[in-house]
Design a protein around this ligand. Structure first.
Ligand code: 7PJ
Length: 259
């Protein structure tokens, strides 16, 4: 899953792709590099980020989805928590919903129940504005897993069938470095649920903190973690650097399938 942030303030590629022509060019490049899904986000969820209005998010995301659809059948995922954006995105040609708030915003659950698109449910403690202030867990793996399984049940009860759902521990969303490491170490527990697991660690601060390097220097570690996540059974890797990730994952799969 190649990331396309159409926000002026994303931490890792901030403002580079907020002009439609540039964004479309970037999408073409990610497709050529082997992306299977393009994830389009119009709301920045970086720590401390401000909220974005529905209108603003629609303006950022919908024209781009339409433009991609006009020239490609590539599956498109929309990174949003807002019910109206989910609906309009699917109408414009998006195939999947990626919600960092796990359909907890008002109307989101009912909106998605009325659609057919698959959904990724992600764990986040708190809200982007304050989530990194003092993340706290008794047992991060059990709590994140229980949260996701509970959201799965809520979705199923609302009429979203289990085969439409994927889960994501939400690396960096209300988590310290230790929490992120423990979750990654326990990825097999998430995989064992039988639900597809999405992993998003690309260029994130857990890499910056451990290696003490800025965001521009985080590609090699991001690719290594993507290979490891794939080895551990992750189904979808949400990444900025598509080509090196595709190479790493193909090598990992070839080894895994060689026994
Ligand atoms: C994630 C995401 C993630 C899912 C972002 C960033 C922050 N969606 N959206 N999982 N992260 N499902 O790219 O660093 O980890 S935005």
């Amino acid at each position: 899953m190649g990331i396309l942030n159409v926000t002026p303030d994303s931490f890792s590629d901030g403002g580079q792709f907020d002009k439609p022509a540039k964004a479309l060019q970037r999408v073409r490049q990610m497709i050529a590099e082997g992306a299977d899904i393009i994830d389009i986000g119009g709301e920045s969820t970086r720590p401390g980020a401000r909220a974005v209005s529905i209108e603003e998010e629609l303006e950022r995301v919908i024209p781009l989805i339409e433009a991609i659809r006009a020239e490609s059948d590539i599956p498109i995922s929309v990174d949003t928590s807002k019910a109206p954006v989910m609906l309009e995105a699917v109408k414009a040609g998006a195939n999947m919903i990626n919600d960092v708030r796990s359909l907890r915003e008002s109307g989101a659950l009912a909106e998605v129940a009325g659609l057919e698109a698959p959904v990724c449910l992600m764990h986040m403690q708190g809200e982007p504005r304050s989530m990194q202030t003092n993340p706290h867990y008794q047992n991060v793996v059990e709590e994140v897993l229980q949260f996701l399984l509970q959201r799965v049940e809520v979705c199923v009860a609302a009429g979203i069938s289990r085969d439409r759902l994927a889960i994501d521990p939400g690396f960096g969303f209300g988590k310290t470095l230790q929490h992120n490491l423990a979750l990654f170490h326990a990825l097999d527990r998430f995989v064992a649920t039988g639900l597809p697991v999405l992993v998003g660690v690309s260029r994130k601060s857990m890499i910056g903190q451990l290696l003490d390097i800025p965001v521009e220097a985080r590609m090699p570690a991001s690719v290594a973690l993507a290979g490891l996540a794939s080895w551990l059974g992750a189904a979808i890797l949400r990444v900025h650097d598509v080509q090196p990730t595709v190479h790493a994952v193909r090598m990992c799969r070839a080894i895994k399938n060689s026994d």
